[in-house]
Design a binder for this molecule. Structure first.
Ligand SMILES: NC(=O)c1ccc[n+]([C@@H]2O[C@H](COP(=O)([O-])OP(=O)(O)OC[C@H]3O[C@@H](n4cnc5c(N)ncnc54)[C@H](O)[C@@H]3O)[C@@H](O)[C@H]2O)c1
Length: 396
């Protein structure tokens, strides 16, 4: 039965859809999490968050108890909901081009369940212009299409969503009004723009961050060549000089969004985005750079390397597009003896951090999990700390 208070979230067991569903259900909506990943749906229905998401565990138990949230893999069920929010992945292919065909095919399949009562909200990060194509696919069924990009930092949606502004765009006034009404319940501020502007706000934001991080990674490489400490130089740059306050630390710039969205933008601009390409070269080149640098100083065939951390960023359990994993694969390919450990992801063959440190000649902090703050590494070991994590302090 169609219900105005029901929301279907497609990709509802994913990193964007799941926390969004929890937040909306906590505002009194009946939320239907729809996904093709049956394992994650099962975990959710049993009260377990499928991945680390701050604050999700308690909220999920509460929402299941109150029957505010349910799970299904049956796409047909969208028919019952007024709002249908699309949070499925928008990957790029091996040639770094957006796989738009898959995304559009999804709507070709969805449209048979749609009618003019439905409000479709796209939340995924999309290739600019794609919403217009989606509209052409679904318009005979419903014209109520809006694009409201997600901008949270992965793992912190529940905390962050209420504090950030929400970009709202839509094909008509009704779609904009309905999306605004919904997001006003969970966000601090609504900003209305055209669809193409909203698509670019999202991609520019991620490309900006990606390039920003690449600058520090490039500086790290320059420092390494000169046997200098980038962490120290960065501290001096900032000390008493506000214009440099935002220079990031170097590190592995990885994960499922920043590179992918930079490449979506590059494709949109006919690959004439040298800043984006250079950032990719620098960021993706970090694992090889570290090993090349070590090889200049040591015979790695005689050393054991230990990787502390495998996930794509600190204190998370996601290895998608992780540069620590890229580093591990690179070392394996070079047949260098490598041990690995992670606090949140149990890759086959992992060992605990204490044993790793004991058995390794070279320890690389490949993901700066907070738990590594307490570890002690003997001065006899070679420590590679790209994140400036070892917590040195300088007095200038
Ligand atoms: N992860 C983030 O922090 C983040 C932040 C902002 C925006 N985004 C964007 O949001 C989108 C989703 O990202 P994510 O990290 O949540 O991905 P994800 O892989 O964690 O989640 C996507 C979910 O969609 C499901 N799915 C895919 N196709 C489906 C289909 N046809 N029917 C039903 N379910 C389907 C998958 O099984 C998966 O559970 C992407 O466009 C991404 O760029 C992600």
């Amino acid at each position: 039965m169609f219900n105005k208070r029901t929301i279907s979230i497609i990709g509802g067991a994913g990193h964007v859809g799941f926390p969004l569903g929890l937040i909306l259900s906590s505002k009194g909506y009946n939320v239907n999490l729809i996904d093709k990943d049956r394992d994650n749906l099962k975990k959710i229905s049993q009260g377990m968050s499928p991945f680390l998401e701050e604050g999700s565990q308690n909220l999920l138990s509460q929402m299941l108890k109150q029957k505010q949230i349910r799970t299904t893999y049956n796409l047909k069920e969208v028919a019952k909901s007024k709002y249908i929010i699309i949070c499925i992945g928008t990957p790029i292919d091996g040639k770094l081009r957006p796989k738009t065909k898959e995304f559009l095919n999804f709507f070709k399949n969805l449209k048979k369940y749609l009618n003019h009562k439905h409000q479709i909200i796209i939340r995924s990060s999309v290739f600019p212009g794609i919403c217009e194509k989606v509209y052409n696919i679904i318009k005979r069924h419903t014209k109520n299409l809006s694009y409201c990009p997600e901008r949270i930092v992965q793992g912190k949606s529940i905390k962050e969503l209420p504090t950030i502004s929400q970009i709202i765009s839509g094909k008509n006034q009704k779609a904009i009004l309905e999306a605004s009404k919904l997001f006003k319940k969970i966000c601090k501020k609504i900003i209305k723009v055209k669809i193409i502007e909203a698509e670019l706000v999202k991609l520019f934001s991620n490309a900006y961050r990606y390039v920003h991080f690449a600058i520090s990674n490039q500086f790290y490489m320059i420092c390494k060549k000169e046997n200098l400490d980038f962490y120290k130089i960065r501290e001096v740059m900032k000390d008493g000089y506000k214009r440099n306050a935002h220079i990031p630390m170097s590190g592995f710039t990885a994960g499922p969004c920043l590179l992918k969205d930079t490449m979506q933008l590059s494709s949109f601009y006919n690959k004439k985005f040298p800043l984006g390409s250079a950032a990719m070269q620098v960021n993706e080149g970090m694992p090889k750079f570290i090993i090349d640098d070590l090889e200049r100083n040591y015979n790695l065939k005689r050393k054991t390397i230990g990787l502390l951390g495998l996930t794509f960023k600190a204190d998370c359990d996601d290895i998608r597009d992780s540069l620590a994993i890229k580093l591990l694969n690179y070392l394996k390919k070079k047949k260098i003896k490598t041990l690995y450990s992670d606090e949140f992801y149990n890759l086959k063959g992992s060992i605990n951090k204490e044993l790793l440190i004991k058995k390794s000649d070279i320890v690389i902090i490949s993901t700066p999990h907070s738990k590594y703050k307490q570890i002690k590494i003997s001065k006899k070991k070679i420590l590679i700390d790209i994140w400036g994590f070892a917590n040195k302090s300088y007095n200038f």
